[in-house]
Design a protein around this ligand. Structure first.
Ligand code: ADP
Length: 166
């Protein structure tokens, strides 16, 4: 059983994430979508909401588990859960520069490999932050997020402290 993990905050999950998770699922027997919380960060959605959105969106794909991951070392989580690979989508050379030292450290700490998948060209520019900014300023993000995420963005309105779209 080859198990991989796709870690992230998924605030919210978007089509760039989904594409990489689906490709990971075709390479491994099981993929854990590990939803992280960093208490120094401010999220638009709660951990429960971020997990629910990921579950709703990924329900039709086989071999995918969505679960929370604490603030501890990802290498230790991988060791405990029998994960052999961390899968990351790469959008740019700056993603690579950021990810390479972490990949090396994780391998040295626990032997877990990191597999980089090039982001799909159509989603290269996507990040959760950009999607939230565009939505808050009245832009149409329907092409970039799954339906359940769009519904929650609309229900929540512009993020607190942001200009009203009305
Ligand atoms: P974090 O909040 O942990 O920085 P995100 O939740 O935004 O990360 O994203 C989690 C992971 O999803 C990233 O580390 C990256 O591997 C992948 N990812 C993010 N955006 C894209 C994208 N547009 N295309 C492909 N992969 C992406």
């Amino acid at each position: 059983m080859r198990r991989a993990v796709c870690p992230g905050s998924f605030d919210p999950i978007h089509n760039g994430h989904l594409e990489v998770i689906a490709r990971a699922a075709s390479l491994f027997d099981e993929v854990i979508v590990a939803v992280s919380t960093n208490y120094a960060k401010k999220y638009r959605f709660t951990l429960e909401e971020r997990i629910e959105m990921a579950k709703e969106t990924l329900a039709s794909l086989r071999g995918i588990v969505v679960e929370p991951v604490g603030e501890g070392l990802l290498a230790e989580y991988c060791r405990q859960r029998g994960v052999s690979a961390i899968v990351k989508g790469l959008r740019s050379s700056s993603d690579f520069d950021y990810e390479l030292p972490m990949a090396t450290m994780n391998r040295q700490l626990s032997g877990v490999e990191t597999v980089f998948l090039p982001a799909e060209a159509h989603y290269l520019h996507l990040s959760s932050t950009l999607i939230k900014e565009v939505f808050t300023l009245g832009g149409n993000v329907a092409e970039y997020v799954p339906r359940s995420v769009l519904k929650r963005l609309v229900a929540g309105g512009p993020a607190p402290g942001q200009p009203s779209r009305g």
